[in-house]
Write a protein that binds this ligand. Structure first.
Ligand code: AMP
Ligand code: GLY
Length: 426
């Protein structure tokens, strides 16, 4: 009998779904894995496709078909959109017999529906802001009851624009009009939520059923300008370090938030194998959940990945098959600082086609591409967030200074960068 074909004689084939800076970082970490997998990306970007090979697909159906035809061993969900498209990426992978690192559609409702997430949190006694779900503006006014500040959250997907922290009635009325009268995001309910205070923290766990491995904690910078001023963005930078919080806080987050979440997923029969993002507020009354996301953060992923050593490819494959292999990864105790270079007009708009120079002179940092395009011999801007420059060091200030120094070597017309990432507003 010669039909025993040992798995390790085959090169693992991975497809990463997504196209942004987060996926560039994931693809790079997978490519650098000791198991030396062959990495493909869908839809990918010009920069990602320098490390990974393209996938000939245009939607979920053709992606599943292509992965089956090409004997893909693992599908890694970078972004969330396909997790809730059609029957869901993970569900479709399961039907096709392809291990998937990313949760089933029903579990991804934790990100897709704020009402679903809030009910989950309340049902399982996980600390979070009190909230009331309303259908129209009158119910919303009753729920607000004249108490400000208040937080209003549209229930469905709203491209990151569905949350308003309102400090007075004028701001609340403006949001209610946009969302419940003009229906800017379409039909859907609204959460009126208690306003929490304290520093925010992003915790990422690799979840395999009812077990989890917590990655390095991170903090992102959501506002456009220095000093946390200006409009909200997708994130202008991030800092990651195990030293962001002390042991006691990590322990409290584990016992009051992470463990009950894992138990809740199990009780509710919500299959979960993939990254789970806990958006937390460290309030005076302890850490509370602001939101769940069913993926890694962007740009937190770009900050965290350089701190991770080991075999991410084997880790994700084992996880997708139901084994949490903590032994496959190691986390550095260093600080990592990620600085975003954004294009002219961001976040209201973005400008494409500005030629980028200086990329080759960056020596002390990693550069991940979020919104670029290769034209002839040059890289040009193609989107709002263009590049992430990431440096690490033993000390936070050293990592930050290095990231800023290296970022300053890169130029393009209209380039925007916060100068306080990792230094001030911290
Ligand atoms: P989300 O879209 O849920 O991530 O919310 C966007 C941002 O709104 C969060 O990062 C917080 O800064 C803020 N936010 C959300 N919920 C609350 C809350 N209950 N209290 C205070 N700020 C909040
Ligand atoms: N950095 C925030 C997010 O990925 O949603």
């Amino acid at each position: 009998m010669s039909d025993v074909s040992p798995q390790h004689h085959h090169v693992m084939k991975i497809v990463v779904v997504g196209k942004g800076g987060r996926e560039h970082a994931l693809v790079r970490a997978l490519v650098e894995s000791a198991s030396q997998p062959q990495v493909f990306s869908f839809p990918g970007s010009d920069a990602i496709l320098e490390l990974a090979q393209p996938v000939d697909a245009h939607d979920l159906d053709s992606l599943i078909e292509w992965m089956t035809a090409n004997e893909i061993n693992l599908c890694v969900a970078g972004e969330e959109s396909y997790l809730v498209t059609g029957d869901g990426l993970a569900n479709r992978c399961e039907m096709a017999g392809i291990p998937c690192w990313g949760p089933h559609k029903q579990s991804a409702q934790l990100e897709a529906s704020k009402e679903f997430a809030k009910l989950f949190l309340e049902r399982h006694g996980i600390p979070t802001g009190r909230a009331v779900v309303v259908d129209d503006a009158d119910q919303a006014r009753l729920a607000i009851a004249g108490k400000y500040p208040t937080v209003l959250k549209f229930d469905g997907l709203a491209a990151g624009k569905g949350v308003a922290v309102c400090s007075n009635e004028i701001e609340a009325e403006h949001f209610l009009h946009e969302v419940l009268v003009q229906r800017r995001f379409g039909a859907g309910r609204l959460l009126v939520e208690e306003c929490l205070t304290g520093p925010e923290l992003s915790i990422f766990a690799a979840v395999v059923d009812d077990q989890a491995l917590v990655f390095t904690p991170a903090r992102d910078y959501k506002r456009a300008y220095d000093g946390d001023l200006g409009p909200n963005t997708g994130g202008m930078g991030a800092v990651a370090s195990r030293q962001l919080i002390d042991e006691a806080m990590m322990e409290q987050i584990q016992t009051t938030i992470i463990n009950p979440t894992l138990q809740g997923l199990k009780k509710d029969v919500l299959p979960y194998r993939g990254f789970l993002y806990f958006g937390l507020m460290l309030t005076p009354a302890g850490p509370k959940v602001i939101e769940y996301n069913c993926r890694f953060g962007d740009p937190e992923c770009q900050a965290v990945m350089p701190l991770v050593a080991g075999d991410l490819a084997e880790f994700c494959l084992a996880g997708a098959k139901g084994k949490l292999r903590k032994d496959l990864l190691d986390f550095s105790n260093d600080w990592s600082v990620c600085v975003i270079l954004a294009s002219a007009g961001y976040p209201e708009s973005s400008r494409n086609g500005d030629e980028i120079s200086g990329l080759d002179s960056v020596t002390g940092a990693r550069v991940y591409h979020a919104g670029t395009k290769h034209v002839g011999d040059a890289w040009v801007t193609q989107g709002g967030r263009v590049l992430a420059v990431v440096a690490s060091a033993k000390e936070r200030v050293l990592a930050a200074e290095l990231a800023h120094t290296e970022a300053s070597k890169i130029q393009f017309a209209g380039s925007q960068r916060r100068s306080d990432i990792g230094l001030r507003s911290f």
